[in-house]
Design a protein around this ligand. Structure first.
Ligand code: AMP
Length: 425
């Protein structure tokens, strides 16, 4: 079967690496891809916002499955358009992608189905939103309803900060995404995420993974797309996973089906583990980046049949096997990220780094230029590794990083610290 993968990040490189290993895969294409993905797939210059162009390419190349990496095309309805054209596509429909595309939609779904989540209200104007924030008091959380590239959430430590965030969003600071706002209760606990494959009716949990969102060591500094991740995440015990499935994921899948928008694809479940149990912070409608990278390293089973089972409503008798070893990834980013950064600096030493036992390097923002590898984004490389423990995987990843020569890049040096503390205990 010929397969087309859409996306260009480290998540997509990990997916390409795993798909390319499948005996079911014929030709593997990727658009727009990156320099690392080019080793696994044929890069095609398709504009993924041009659905008709993607469909025409699939027909021409006899593509039997399209795998959509990022949320943008999902929320834009690419799966609906491909399905209508008779092309199988992994990922939710536009209506089902509302679980990520509208925070208010997801909160209302939780309320209607008794799914544990922070108390909240939705607003379309600043004055009532501020009144609600004042009435509840700080800390309080202000969220833009729509997709805001990770910038749509303000955890306000004071009412004044909440009011400023509300004003910023309604003044258009986040564009269309902030035309509606959710104000919600601040939850305390440890954050955890986990992932489930869904086929419209059923859901099966994948292994747990935890990312590090803050840019600096010690989880300090501004939020990023993710500076590293590890799997398993010891916080997600089997009991918690079961509760999250029973109390959050399965009621969501049932509700989406009743609504006529069955959820097919992977569901990324962002949780706060509170004293009352797991509560939903947010859904994403795709694999996490960089969590996907560590999950693909641990997946023993062929990925392609699992993706097909989601599309075909056949997860019922499905079982995935995983390697027991831990996996960890360290993101190397361009200096300045998540603020402004330069593109085009040369990266060297990857071949030697990749030789370290257990190490796999996925590319996020790279480009080949005159025979050299250059940085082409904020997050640039994912140096991944496996090992019997998170601590061993971590040591290998940093050993590889020491061999990479990229003066314009940086990384965190403490990826996995929570898990390693738990391993030591
Ligand atoms: P989100 O984009 O919804 O994942 O939010 C980004 C981050 O904001 C989360 O990973 C949490 O750290 C934090 N956050 C979001 N909602 C809440 C909440 N209700 N209580 C506490 N922290 C939150």
């Amino acid at each position: 079967m010929n397969i087309l993968l859409l996306g260009s990040g480290g998540r997509e490189h990990a997916l390409a690496w795993k798909i390319a290993a499948s005996p079911l895969a014929g030709r593997l294409f990727c658009a727009p891809g990156n320099a690392g993905i080019a080793k696994e797939a044929e890069i095609v210059a398709l504009d993924i916002a041009d659905h008709a162009g993607v469909i025409a390419f699939c027909r021409e190349q006899k593509v039997g499955l399209v795998v959509v990496g990022p949320e943008g095309p999902l929320c834009a309805g690419i799966v609906d358009d491909l399905t209508a054209a008779g092309i199988k596509a992994f990922g939710p429909s536009k209506a089902a992608a509302w679980l990520e595309g509208s925070k208010g939609f997801t909160k209302d779904l939780c309320r209607a189905n008794n799914i544990p989540t922070a108390a909240y209200e939705r607003f379309t104007a600043a004055a009532p939103a501020k009144a609600y924030a004042r009435a509840r008091g700080a800390p309080i959380v202000v969220k833009a309803d729509g997709l805001a590239a990770g910038k749509g959430v303000v955890v306000a430590q004071s009412v004044a900060e909440a009011e400023a965030a509300i004003d910023m969003m309604f003044a258009g600071g986040l564009g269309e995404a902030g035309a509606e706002v959710v104000v919600e209760e601040f939850l305390t606990g440890e954050e955890a995420s986990f992932f489930a494959l869904c086929d419209g009716e059923r859901a099966i949990p994948l292994v747990s993974a935890q990312d590090h969102k803050r840019v600096f060591d010690g989880d300090q500094g501004p939020n990023t797309g993710g500076m590293g991740a590890y799997s398993p995440a010891p916080v997600m015990t089997p009991e918690l996973t079961q509760r999250a499935m029973d109390e959050i994921v399965l009621p969501t899948v049932r509700a989406m089906k009743v609504m006529g928008a069955p959820y097919k694809g992977v569901l990324y479940v962002g949780l706060m583990i509170t004293t009352q149990g797991p509560m939903l912070i947010e859904y994403n409608v795709r694999f996490g980046d960089p969590e996907c990278q560590v999950m693909m390293l641990r997946l023993m089973s062929d990925l392609v049949p699992a993706l097909l089972a989601c599309c075909d409503g056949m997860l019922g008798s499905f079982d995935l096997r995983w390697y027991p070893d831990a996996a960890l990834t360290v993101v190397m980013a361009a200096k300045g990220y998540p603020g402004s950064y330069a593109k085009g600096s040369v990266i060297d030493g990857l071949d030697a780094a990749a030789e370290i036992e257990g190490v796999e390097i996925f590319h996020a923002g790279t480009q080949a230029q005159n025979g050299k590898l250059v940085a082409n984004g904020g997050r640039v490389l994912n140096v991944c590794s496996v090992g019997k423990t998170v601590a061993i995987a971590k040591a290998r990843a940093y050993q590889a990083i020491d061999l990479i020569r990229w003066p314009d890049g940086f990384c965190r040096h403490d990826i996995g610290w929570r898990a390693i503390e738990r391993e030591r205990a």
